[in-house]
Each structure stands twice: as structure tokens, then as C-alpha cells.
Design a binder for this molecule. Structure first.
Ligand code: 13P
Length: 284
């Protein structure tokens, strides 16, 4: 199957009350691990690619890997730019073959965010690419995006509803208390904001910072209208812990396949668990 926009599966997620995971890819092993997990669970998938990850892998390698994954797995897979920072980078990704983009205008004043997101939606929709917008500021560090927790601002429901109505995005990320990276304590998620916004818009809400959120909180968020959940850090932790463990156990190990293969299995295990938790098994 070719890469698909998120509109291929998000309306069904909203209707049936499950969420599709955005699993960020950082290299070939991440791409394979996530694809294998999706195949095992027969789940739709979203490959998230941050601008930093794109610089690391190279945009053409990213698109080529994603296309092979979608063709070989026959799963509906969206290749999605994560936190796109400008119209230019969004266009570059669409030209290269991305099927979905996020434009993160959350650091702009509200009206400017609406104006810029509208431009992205117009251009992306013209070529069948789905768009995620963001409102409020999500704390923590995600590659180039760094927001001090004290400056993270929750989304205002009435603004979120107007943002959706004016921009026509296909998924809406709103700051509801989660953050990128692992949490020191437990995140305080504002389910009331999710519920209020979700009941008034047609598209699912996106929960960023999915790593380290307790299972019950994820279930509650989905039941209130979250239909896309982003996970990166937990996969990275699983990968790196496995590599560390293997290299520590055998100082003479030099073949990267000997530690990256098991690391790939560790990432896959995380993704399988998340897919089950999000309820997207057998929804491909
Ligand atoms: P985590 O790294 O906290 O899982 O968040 C991922 C994310 O939200 C990507 O946009």
C-alpha cells in the first residue's frame, strides 16, 4: 500500500474511540521495529519525523524507508512531519513524499498561528496531505523544540474550537498537561479540556508527550476524545538501555548488528504494548 494521509484512519478512530500511535523514527531499526509491531497487531501507523531526525537521516532516506515499510507491510502508514516549524519545511516534506505534516505555530500569537496554519492546510489539502495543528505550548524537550515547564501554557478550549473551525486541520494537538520526554512525577492531564474541545470539533485531539503517561490516564484521554498519541522517548529508552546492557556485558563486541538487532526487538516490544493500550489492534 502507498503511504496514506492520517485522514485514512483518524475519522474511524474518533468514531470508534481508539487512538493511532505516532511512533517517531530515528533510524532504520526504529522504522523496522515499528513496522513489525504494526504488522503483528494489524494496526495503522504514523511514522513521526522531527526536523532533527530528518537532518540526521536525510529526507530522501526517510521517505524511501517509509515507502518500503508501507509496501511490504500492506498497512496504512502515514509519514508525518513532527513539529514542522515553517511553511518552507512543510513544503519540502510534501515535495519529498510525506503524506502528512504537523505545522507547529504554537509559539506565534493566536491570530498569527491561525493565519499560518490556514496557509499550510490550503497547500497540503490541495495535494491530499493531512495536517495537524497545535495550540497552547507543550513543555519539555523534543529535538529543536524546547519549552521550559514553567512556560508551558494549557490550551484554552474556546480558542481551540475557533482554531479548528478557521483552519480546518485534520487533527488538533492541544496542550493539556503532558510534556515531551520522561516525567519526574506523574503528569497532571486536564481531561476536562480534552472533553470540552473534542465534543465541539469533528477531528481527534492529539496527545503529545505520550511516554511515561500511566495507562489509566491514556485510557481516560482516549475516552474523552484523544485519537492520536505521540511516543518517542520510551522507544529511545528501550533501545539505548538494550545497547548499553549488551556492550557492558561484552567489551569485545564490535558488530553493530549484534546490539542493534536486540535493540530493534526492544523498541518493537514498547510499540506493541502501546498499540494494544491505544486500542488500534486489528484496525488496519
Ligand atoms: P515523548 O518523547 O515524550 O514520547 O513525546 C513524543 C512527542 O510528543 C513527539 O511529538
Amino acid at each position: 500500500m502507498p503511504l496514506v494521509p492520517m485522514t485514512h484512519f483518524l475519522p474511524q478512530a474518533k468514531e470508534q474511540g481508539f487512538a493511532v500511535g505516532q511512533f517517531n523514527i530515528n533510524n532504520l531499526e526504529f522504522t523496522q521495529a515499528i513496522t513489525e509491531a504494526g504488522m503483528q497487531e494489524k494496526s495503522p501507523l504514523i511514522f513521526g519525523v522531527s526536523e532533527g531526525a530528518m537532518r540526521y537521516m536525510g529526507i530522501d532516506y526517510v521517505v524511501a524507508m517509509a515507502k518500503v515499510a508501507a509496501e511490504q507491510s500492506a498497512l496504512p502508514i502515514a509519514l508525518h512531519l513532527d513539529h514542522g516549524s515553517s511553511f518552507d519545511v512543510v513544503m519540502k516534506c510534501i515535495r519529498a513524499g510525506f503524506s502528512s505534516v504537523m505545522f507547529d505555530g504554537s509559539h506565534y500569537p493566536f491570530e498569527e498561528n491561525i493565519r499560518l496554519t490556514k496557509e499550510v492546510v490550503k497547500a497540503a489539502h490541495a495535494v491530499g496531505v493531512s495536517v495537524e495543528g497545535e495550540l497552547g505550548t507543550i513543555g519539555g524537550v523534543e529535538d529543536d523544540v524546547s519549552v521550559d515547564e514553567s512556560e508551558a501554557a494549557l490550551a484554552k478550549p474556546e480558542e481551540a474550537i475557533r482554531f479548528y473551525e478557521e483552519t480546518g486541520v485534520d487533527a488538533l494537538a492541544i496542550a493539556v498537561g503532558t510534556a515531551h520526554g520522561m516525567y519526574a512525577g506523574e503528569p497532571k492531564i486536564h481531561f476536562d479540556i480534552i472533553k470540552e474541545v473534542s465534543s465541539k470539533i469533528d477531528v481527534p485531539i492529539v496527545l503529545h508527550g505520550g511516554s511515561g503517561v500511566p495507562d489509566e490516564a491514556i485510557e481516560e484521554a482516549i475516552s474523552q476524545g484523544v485519537g492520536k498519541i505521540n511516543v518517542n522517548t520510551e522507544s529511545q529508552v528501550a533501545c539505548t538501555e538494550k545497547v548499553r546492557e549488551l556492550l557492558a556485558a561484552d567489551g569485545a563486541m564490535i558488530d553493530p548488528r549484534k546490539y542493534l538487532g536486540p535493540a530493534r526487538e526492544a523498541i518493537k516490544a514498547v510499540v506493541v504494548d502501546k498499540i494494544k493500550l491505544f486500542g488500534s489492534s486489528n484496525k488496519a
